[in-house]
Design a binder for this molecule. Structure first.
Ligand SMILES: [Zn+2]
Length: 282
């Protein structure tokens, strides 16, 4: 399996997540590679984890870790004329395979973010997004996200987070409220997946896991139907998640396969085939 959404370093008040601790978790869960996302926006966590630090960690363990890049859209003069293309190109040349997670205290269609989307499209760097009521904000129904995937057709957008996943269901109304219970028809995510080739999602964190498990049979059918659109990920961001064995995503996918709820082909694509296809990794 390839975990497309993982973290290491000092993020919160709890101890630093040492790369070796992540490797231990990966070995115990048969995860062969993990993409490490830097933290470069002040709204993301308590501390910063720079792209440079992530590159150093990945250089130590090149067979296990995949470096992602992150750029705060408010760099320099904080407008759309910032040379994002140049920054992203330099990180790409140093080995970064994705942009993420895109998680700043701006609206999803902010002009500064649009400059980043455009550069990532030209440089063929997929973007993993985090949306909630503070970061990369949107309306119910992913109105701004849809505007962006339509405008930047060459850019791969991978959604995630508590402002994104509740849109799997048609009945979500309140951005401040978590979404639980049976999924109803009419959700923006199934529609967007059907209409736009450049829209994807990762199943990481509580938001992704909840979206797939809140209505179990719907979740299995959703994975089978959109098996080309989903990536396995965890969003490990606390040492306690590893120490207390609280990361369910790999177990959930393997159990779904073992119980005959999803096909082998569906499992293989979500577990790592889509990552190999969409990102430039081996
Ligand atoms: Zn994350």
């Amino acid at each position: 399996m390839i975990d497309i959404h993982c973290h290491c370093g000092k993020l919160y008040w709890d101890p630093e997540i040492k790369p070796e601790l992540v490797l231990k978790w990966m070995d115990a869960n048969d995860v062969r590679k993990a993409a490490l996302h830097p933290i470069e926006n002040p709204e993301e966590t308590v501390y910063y984890v720079t792209t440079w630090y992530i590159l150093e960690v990945c250089e130590q363990y090149p067979d296990r870790f995949i470096p992602f890049m992150n750029v705060d859209p408010r760099r320099l003069q904080s407008d759309a004329s910032v040379p994002f293309h140049r920054i992203i190109e330099e990180y790409k040349e140093r080995g970064c395979k994705g942009f993420g997670e895109c998680m700043s205290g701006l609206y999803t269609d902010d002009p500064r973010l649009q400059a980043i989307y455009e550069a990532c499209g030209k440089l063929e760097i997929p973007i993993i997004f985090h949306q909630d009521s503070l970061r990369t904000r949107d309306e119910v129904g992913l109105v701004r996200f849809e505007k962006m995937i339509r405008k930047f057709k060459d850019t791969v957008f991978i959604g995630h987070g508590p402002g994104f996943w509740p849109n799997i269901s048609g009945d979500w109304e309140d951005l401040q409220q978590p979404a639980t219970g049976p999924v109803t028809p009419g959700g923006a995510i199934p529609r967007i997946f059907t209409e736009y080739p450049n829209a994807y999602a990762d199943i990481s964190a509580g938001s992704g896991y909840n979206a797939l498990t809140r209505d179990p049979e719907f979740g299995y059918e959703f994975m089978e139907r959109f098996q080309d659109k989903l990536f396995f990920g965890t969003d490990i961001c606390h040492t306690s998640q590893i120490e207390e064995d609280r990361i369910e995503h790999a177990r959930y996918l393997r159990a779904a396969l073992a119980d005959g709820k999803i096909s082998q082909q569906c499992f293989d694509k979500i577990a790592e085939g889509n990552a190999l296809r969409v990102f430039d990794i081996e």
